[in-house]
Design a binder for this molecule. Sequence first.
Ligand code: SF4
Length: 222
Amino acid sequence: MARSYVHEARRRVGPKRARIVPIIERLLAAHPDAMIALRFRSDLELLVSVMLSAQTTDVNVNRVTERLFEKYRRPEDYLAVPQEELERDIFATGFYRQKAKSLRGTMRILLEEFDGEVPRRLDELVRLPGVARKTANVVAAELGEPQGIVVDTHVRRLSQRLGLTRHDDPVKIERDLQRLVPREFWGIFPHLLIWHGRRVCVARAPRCEDCGVNDLCPSSRV
Ligand code: SF4
């Protein structure tokens, strides 16, 4: 019974290849302000903000970096203080010991291998300590060169509800999305799903009646 209901819903909305561009266009219209919520003024500040955002909110990171970036302006600055001092300065973002260690390791590599600049290629970014694929994807996209699609908890939930993937594993979801989403939208697409996920397609009780893509969504309750 459940299976035939799902099948019927999928049939009603049509194949995902035909739905993906209309979904993107409508979400763009609904969330013109969808963008990264972290505040930064340089490539280095972007990288540090994204590294600090693991396991905490963007609002919390912004609160910490407002002061942090006044004190630490160049990669050298992160290495010029004792690790404990850096730990204190990022304490409020949580996991501060690990994050301080990763930041210092990253700054060392930036100086030794990249002339103090933030690299733009994904394979180079993931070599930095504490920079996993998701962090690298966020940084590359914000630098204007997306090479993958960021999959966080909102992107995972919405991709599943919208019938864009049947997977649960972020790596497999990203692979499905890369095949489906036109490349020019790789950078903005996660932001659209994140903002739609925060405002409309919320985790517990999605507001399908207010959703601009409900006729394109196999999980719609209306
Ligand atoms: S129709 Fe409902 S489940 Fe589908 S994307 Fe919109 S809010 Fe989410």
